[in-house]
Design a protein around this ligand. Sequence first.
Ligand SMILES: Nc1ncnc2c1ncn2[C@@H]1O[C@H](COP(=O)(O)OP(=O)(O)OP(=O)(O)O)[C@@H](O)[C@H]1O
Ligand SMILES: [Mg+2]
Length: 497
Amino acid sequence: MTVNTLELKEISKSFPGVQALSNVSLIVRPGTVHAICGENGAGKSTLIKIATGAQSADSGLIQICGDRIDHASRRTVQNLGVRAIFQERQIAPDLSVTENVLLDRLPKRFGRVDWKNAKIQAKQRMDALEIILDIDTPVRNLSVAQLQMMEIARAVSLDARLIVMDEPTASLSRHELEPLFRVINKLRDGGVSVLFISHHLDEVFEIADEVTVMRDGVVVSHGEISEFTPASIAELMFGRKVSSSQADRTSQGDLSQPRLVIDKVCSNRLNDVSLSVSAGEIVSVTGGIGAGVSELARMAAGGMLKSSGEILVYDDSHESHAISSRRQALNMGVAYLPADRKRKGLLLERTLSDNIVLGQQAAGSNPILTPRKVTESARAIAPSANIKAANVDVVVGTLSGGNQQKVMIGRWMGVSARVMIFDEPTAGIDIASKFEIYSELRRLADSGVAILICSTDFQEVGQVSDRVIVMRSGNIVGEIEGSKATEGRLLEMEMSK
Ligand SMILES: Nc1ncnc2c1ncn2[C@@H]1O[C@H](COP(=O)(O)OP(=O)(O)OP(=O)(O)O)[C@@H](O)[C@H]1O
Ligand SMILES: [Mg+2]
């Protein structure tokens, strides 16, 4: 009889005011990829934190490779061959890629770190995933997508028995997944099991053997992937049918009225980039790692120095203002949502309402904020960003990953901005909420805002934009109308010479 890699029996867990898990059972068989699907806040991360000893359950049983684990700690579970990539990034920003990849497993020789060997090992892990990165560089210089790749390199190894991946792909573009999937297939062939969480159902169907669907802390369905379709999983996740109802894309954009103009901008990474976004328009920029998409977002928001070129924002009387700092951009009504919400965005220890009104404070649009106004304002905004929380006084750090991301989006929804720049707006957000956010973005555009979206998600840019601009290695390589921007077409443009 084969022994299951992981068995969770009737796991329950509550936090003050929230029953995060109720009697959840799950079995991961050896050499299989098991996906967990569920909307934001369904309890996926809590479940895998319990399975990996990062959090303790209130009740229930954990068995790893047949051994019953009574007091699971990260260390005991790791010693049993379980590796995990958590949704909250685990990195030491000042250390190099080599140190971060090998972390607590740096090879030693005569009691000292064997650097030569460490670098070889780190390089081998990166090569297997086809990741090209300078292994001596401190990881603080890496982009969100590169960090994600690095964490994958840390977790995947054939000496593991179970690898848990909580949204490993949230900011990777489609073709960057292929090496990851090749590695997962190799692991599976070697008998390693993978527990995989993703809001991208196409990935789930591509890689998973089995799937467990959760809703509000309970398992609502489980089976082999062949028993499901994307639509049936979505229906189970949300308890209703989810249609990918396209937000109406009849742009109200007045192309004679540019709001944001990026003119021949060059920097370390960007090479002669020009584009403009008009009032009422949604323009997306897409591309893979190293394309420079994220840099462009930051640059356009005034958050990064350029070596030449100009960024101009036009005011209501069509006068242009050159942007040279983030503060100045804010004064001109440029809202910016960075991709890295943990490092650059959220005050995790503060309440939901404090975090939401930050946008209004920064933009100076609501200077006198009494505590009552803060609460009222947050209550008004939270639903439009689809934030699921018990109330607006909860501490943001206790929200699920996707709900934290929605707080970032919500922050800018209460601000009357001229230009909004979103870098990876819906990374980690469940599909139903995505569609609602797309409609909300369209509503903002229709009210006259110029919106620039930087995203590696081809489906997203195809769904939400009037125009899509494709970048590679710091250059713009093509532009296409939003309605024609299918995944296939975008991939072709990105790869074309
Ligand atoms: N430390 C905590 N304190 C209080 N509540 C918490 C804590 N951690 C999680 N929760 C709550 O437990 C529930 C489940 O959260 P969890 O992070 O497991 O969701 P998830 O399925 O991973 O969602 P997502 O797709 O957004 O990542 C949520 O209601 C969340 O607010
Ligand atoms: Mg989660």
